[in-house]
Design a protein around this ligand. Structure first.
Ligand SMILES: [Zn+2]
Length: 122
């Protein structure tokens, strides 16, 4: 829904609350809904927001991977969060990139390790 000043009114996908999005944060109704969902404070949406943030961060860290591999990394982090896997994982990805995932009592970290060496004969 379009509000005044080119701002949109977004709706939280979890609880349905609406909020006016700042003009720079959404340029379509879909973007407004995503913004409203991510910026909502509803308790029932906490887990969904955490998952959306995790997927976005994985996508930003490993932009070269296809969707299936990004999903796989995300699934591993979720299994570790639920303590259904051990607390460390190291996955060799295409292009000499390694994803190292580690979990603790209240966190799951993912690290991108990339070996770049250069040798020249002079
Ligand atoms: Zn909400």
């Amino acid at each position: 829904m379009e509000a005044n000043n080119n701002a949109y009114i977004g709706r939280c996908a979890i609880c349905g609350q609406t909020r006016v999005t700042p003009p720079t944060c959404a340029h379509t109704e879909d973007e407004a809904d995503v913004w409203a969902t991510m910026n909502c404070s509803c308790k029932e949406g906490e887990d969904a927001r955490r998952q959306m943030t995790a997927k976005k961060r994985i996508s930003e860290m490993f932009p070269e991977l296809d969707g299936a591999l990004k999903d796989l990394l995300y699934e591993i982090t979720e299994y570790m969060r639920q303590e259904r896997l051990g607390n460390t994982a190291s996955i060799k990805l295409p292009g000499d990139v390694i994803a190292k995932i580690k979990s603790g009592a209240k966190f799951v970290n993912i690290k991108r390790v990339e070996k770049k060496e250069q040798t020249q004969t002079l």
